[in-house]
Write a protein that binds this ligand. Sequence first.
Ligand code: URA
Length: 434
Amino acid sequence: MQTVELITKKRDGGTFSTDEIRWLIAQYTQGTIPDYQMASLLMAIYLRGMDARETSDLTLAMVNSGEQLRVNTLVSPVVDKHSTGGVGDKVTLAVAPLVAACGVAVGKMTGRGLGHTGGTVDKLESVTGFHVELSRADFMRILQEHQIVLAGQSSDLAPADGKLYALRDVTGTIESIPLIASSIMSKKLAIGASHLLLDVKFGSGAFMKTIEQARELAQAMVEIGRAGNLHTVAAITSMEQPLGYAVGNAIELREAIDILHGQGPADVSELCYHEAAELLVMTGKAADLAEADQLVANAIQSGAAVKKLAEVIAAQGGDARQIENPDLLPSAPIRVMLPATQTGYIAAINAEGIGLASMSLGAGRFKKGEPVDHRTGLLLKAKIGDHVNAGDPLIEIHARNPEEAQQIQSALLACYQWSETPVQVQPLICDVIR
Ligand code: URA
């Protein structure tokens, strides 16, 4: 096979066979196809697309490019959850211990944040001593002993994706549904959970800007799950404004702890409880969503859910007292309350703008590998639909110093749109694809 023939085939709208895709991925992983040819091929895929069979073949070829954990051969069922990323998205921090507290094991690898959306790993690392770099043996041991493990993404799994993603990042080929779907699902299939819940977000703060794009991506990933024997359900959820009130690292972990105590903000709590219930039904732990909701409520009321979070934190070297008493979590030295500059109903909050402001406080990274400041972030005091008077608290800035708190104020105020008349709040969960 010649790489150039495959590039021209896709350029002219052709469809790759299974063998052609396997060959391309094997050769690229071994380094026999140079980046300039693969970049050209990726652009052809970006422009011409791939059908469902090609997308599944590409995913499975990437899975086979490295190690596979096959966690469900040791613990079954074992669930995984993935969010396409958003601002204030602390859902994994609550859903994983909630599901594990209900008796279903959770084996999850998760990423660091880059850009305006935060990463679950960064939020977890707010806890002193907590580590996410686990060997395969430790991952398996912690999963077996505690029914929950929250590790960083291993580069040994689906290494072809790591190489391709780095190339896509610098060749304008990230925003392709088949490439995104295969990239995410290759890492999931390589872990080998039995069930996967996807949270595909759309809106100003999300990767997918429209619900149609989110639905297309969700459908592609559910189909890959089917082809790879991974029972996958996707929730399509709105990221038109930040989730909950907290945006940052320790501040978001604190809100996740509130959710596990049943005291979190209504929007994000509802989403967490729904996702946990969905996983309990998928795995057969509950017969239907009503029964699952009851199990979730019991885990919260009994304190089992928050205890499970403290347990996994301790199992991975963290100081569990910071979960029992969140006042012990790192916090910013400077807090500045930004008041509303006008009276009215909040009509819109630009989630991306809020995420960028939080990044510039040090809570996120502009470049891969940069450290983050776990103490900083933002605490919204009002959300879309709320009526606020001029001078009322709008958003609290948690900063390292007064200058940084000052610098973002006008950008923050520009994130808000106002209405003189009441505003209809759109539902958070817009669709579920099974
Ligand atoms: N996240 C991934 O893992 N891969 C993509 O292509 C996009 C987002």
